[in-house]
Each structure stands twice: as C-alpha cells, then as structure tokens.
Design a protein around this ligand. Structure first.
Ligand SMILES: [Zn+2]
Ligand SMILES: [Zn+2]
Length: 245
C-alpha cells in the first residue's frame, strides 16, 4: 500500500471513529467491524484440522484428516481471505492492538458451540505464541499475548505468561512456503519450565500454514505439557476456488 493510500485510510478512520472499518456503517459502540461484515467473514463449516470447507458436519473433519491418527483442532473465527478477515492484520500494521477486540466475537461463539457439542475440551490454560524481542521492540506489543488475555478474561481461563520464548529472530514467514517455514522455525522456541501434563491451547492472530503452532506444540510437549488445541482470530489455511484475491 502506498503512502498516499495509507494516509487517506488513516484520515478516513480518524474522521469516522464510530463507523465500521470496512463498510463505514455507523456503529453504536465505537469503531471495529459491524455485525454484518463480521458474519460475512465467518469461517463457516470447516474441517477442524485443515480448515477445508465441509458440506455438512459431523464428522467435523475432511476425508483425508479423518485418516490421520494424530491431529489437533485449530479453531478460528474469521476467514482471512475475506476483506473483513484481513482486518485482523491491521492490529500489527497500524500498531493498534485495540483492533483485536472487534474480531473476538466469532471465535468465542465458535468455541462455545464446539464445547457444548462435546467436540472440544476446555484447556487448563492459554499460551500466546511468543515473538522475538527485536520484533517486540518494533511492534511495542505481542499481538498474540493481547488476544490471549482478552480470550482468557472472556472465558475465565488462566493465561500462562513467560512460559515460552522465541530465541532467534526468524525471517519473515509470509514469503516462505510450508517447507521453508518449518526449516526456518526449527529450534526457534524455548520453554522456561517443565510441565505436569497441563492441557494448553495456543493462541495467535492468524494461522497461515500451521507450522509455527506445530513447532511450538512440539517444544511444549517435549517439556511435559499437552497441547490439545490452537485458537486464532482468523485462518488463511484454505482458499476456496472463488477466493482469488
Ligand atoms: Zn461493516
Ligand atoms: Zn481436513
């Protein structure tokens, strides 16, 4: 995005503080996304492992994931390939962590539904995906930690802080394919304490290929924890054929 376009968007947001960021409809309770944009961007019925759309649920997993012996559900609220789903990325781009609050509702609704259906166990605690201190200095906050705190408050679940660190600054994952991402993340995380089998949910803003969550889960498991699931505000895992952008 060029500088002029960025400035124009910023001026528009600043002049319309009580409007939906996407369709600019007036909103009662400050900025964010209106209910219509949020419902339009919801992920819908997808496989709980790979996020491929399902025609019907149950069984909640696609044919190939049903054959897997080991799998871990990742629950996401919004489709990142929808313009409203990309709103989740603005928190980092604009250094505005308050934007995450507007995108929490679809994830919380989905978690409640799956728990009521007996498809998800409630985790003992939440753990945010860590970022390297260099990135933390640039950004001023760890977006995953802010999301984890908000989810923990909303659902009454403890958030374990400082359990994991990222001890080398990995190259920007967005330009890498799945194989290169896994190589890039090898031994990127360190766990500061030994667990006693606590059941954890990992928290991040977006799942892109799943390699970060998978690497972090492996490191926590090796240190005595059990990672039963991951939760992200949005998912970019699967793009349907008509989502060309
Ligand atoms: Zn809207
Ligand atoms: Zn699947």
């Amino acid at each position: 995005m060029n500088y002029l376009k960025k400035t124009a968007l910023w001026l528009l947001d600043a002049s319309l503080p009580n409007r939906c960021y996407l369709c600019h409809v007036p909103m009662q309770d400050g900025g964010g996304l209106c209910a219509l944009c949020l419902s339009d961007a919801q992920l819908g019925q997808v496989c709980l492992h790979c996020h491929k759309p399902l025609a019907h649920a149950p069984p909640h997993r696609c044919g190939s994931c049903l054959k897997r012996q080991r799998w871990r559900p990742t629950i996401s609220g919004l489709n990142y390939h929808h313009p409203a789903g990309r709103f989740v990325g603005l928190g980092k781009q604009r250094r505005q962590p308050s934007l995450y609050t507007a995108a929490l509702a679809p994830l919380i609704t989905k978690l409640n539904q799956l728990q009521q259906q007996g498809l998800l166990i409630t985790p003992d605690a939440l753990v945010a995906v860590p970022i390297h201190r260099t990135r933390l200095r640039q950004l001023g906050f760890n977006h995953a930690h802010i999301i984890a705190k908000q989810l923990g408050d909303a659902l009454g679940i403890e958030v374990i802080e400082n359990l994991v660190g990222k001890h080398h600054c990995t190259a920007n994952q967005q330009q890498l394919d799945a194989k290169a991402r896994r190589r890039n993340l090898k031994q990127a995380f360190s766990v500061t304490q030994t667990g006693k089998g606590q059941n954890l949910a990992l928290i991040d803003d977006v799942i892109t290929t799943g390699s970060t969550l998978s690497e972090l889960s492996g490191e926590l498991t090796r240190n005595g924890f059990r990672v039963s699931q991951s939760w992200t505000l949005a998912s970019a895992l699967y793009r349907t054929p008509n989502q060309s952008n």
